[in-house]
Design a protein around this ligand. Structure first.
Ligand SMILES: CC[C@H](C(=O)O)C(=O)SCCNC(=O)CCNC(=O)[C@H](O)C(C)(C)COP(=O)(O)OP(=O)(O)OC[C@H]1O[C@@H](n2cnc3c(N)ncnc32)[C@H](O)[C@@H]1OP(=O)(O)O
Length: 309
């Protein structure tokens, strides 16, 4: 009997404490990033040559009181194509956002009337014969995976083109909103490659196997109406509105709650969509414990709120 009790204690400790310790030690929000971290090359190797491909910036503004951050791809002469330097800046921004305790939401958009036509082709052209292509892909794969898992409700505000790497980037947010003239285009097959920034996997989970195969193998552009119909987009921005302002307003219905509740909900959904069910259930319980009896909960209970229409 004693052996039986010892064994069940041991397995409980292993089940609860080991994942927590692993999480703490790895510094990851979710332990699932371990596999992608392992797939990525040592950052310093990639850093050294990515810095040599300049042009453009990635800019971030954070509003501490509303908890809304706006990330802008800023390379308008090339329709916001992503250079090596921008890849590094994007990775730094994602790291910064991981630690932003006041954060609730993130809008990703492109400067001017376009989102992003993927990697800078001038850079890609010089990488064909080397390992640099794989390194760039692993670097962006890791960055976009981490962006997708941020404890913020994120939305890509797409005006104009989201092509190649740009189409992959827009699948790394929770929602996508599009202007009437926007299009999303997984051009990779027509360029002799497949998505490598994680966009193929995310697209398949978003729209299902058959539709993903249709979009990826045809490389055809998807306009806002079709994107809305297949669940790739969530809203069409009415013409004549400022894209970021309209998106911020649209987002408000998701960010009314207290910061810790919004963040906990996102963590529950990330776990539910990425982890095996037992582990996801455990993460959900942890998030519940974190917010139970907290300020938002206490306030709601004491008010005896009614939720009529
Ligand atoms: C996973 C990464 C992936 C990979 O390599 O695996 C990639 O993302 S590769 C890039 C895939 N993207 C493309 O192939 C898009 C190429 N661009 C276009 O097809 C067109 O430019 C388009 C449809 C986006 C816009 O056409 P439009 O007529 O409206 O404008 P312009 O073509 O005159 O473009 C203006 C200006 O931007 C430059 N540009 C556009 N895209 C890129 C890019 N990806 N890299 C570098 N520069 C780009 C374009 O060359 C023009 O500059 P200019 O100096 O006037 O030539």
């Amino acid at each position: 009997m004693f052996t039986g009790m010892a064994m069940s204690c041991y397995s409980a400790i292993k089940r609860i404490l080991v994942p927590r310790l692993t999480r703490k030690l790895s510094g990851c929000h979710l332990h699932t990033c371990a596999s992608t971290c392992a797939a990525a090359p040592p950052d310093d190797v990639t850093h050294s040559w990515l810095t040599t491909v300049g042009g453009g910036t990635v800019d971030l503004t954070k509003d501490e009181s509303s908890g809304l951050a706006v990330l802008t791809l800023n390379n308008p002469e090339r329709l916001n194509a992503v250079t090596g330097n921008m890849m590094l800046q994007l990775a730094n921004i994602v790291n910064d956002l991981k630690d932003w305790r006041n954060g609730k939401a993130l809008i990703v958009h492109g400067k001017g009337h376009t989102f992003c036509p993927g990697a800078d082709l001038n850079m890609v052209r010089n990488m064909l014969d080397s390992k640099q292509g794989q390194e760039m892909c692993a670097f962006m794969h890791k960055t976009l995976t981490e962006l997708h898992r941020l404890p913020l409700i994120s939305v890509a505000a797409i005006d104009g083109h989201a092509i190649g790497g740009g189409s992959e980037l827009c699948t790394a947010t929770d929602f996508r909103v599009m202007t009437e003239r926007a299009n999303i285009r997984f051009i990779h097959a027509l360029m002799g490659v497949v998505p490598g920034w994680g966009g193929g996997t995310r697209l398949t989970r978003l729209v299902g196997r058959t539709r993903a195969l249709d979009l990826l193998s045809s490389g055809r552009p998807i306009g806002p109406e079709e994107a809305l119909e297949i669940g790739l987009a969530n809203w069409i921005i009415p013409t004549g509105h400022d894209v970021v302002e309209a998106t911020a307003e649209w987002l408000q219905k998701y960010t009314k709650g207290k910061t810790e509740v919004v963040r906990a909900l996102k963590n529950v959904v990330v776990a539910g969509s990425e982890l095996p069910v037992e582990e996801a259930l455990e993460r959900e319980a942890e998030q519940f414990v974190d917010v139970w009896g907290g300020p938002a909960h206490e306030e709601a209970i004491l008010k005896s709120m009614k939720h009529k229409k």
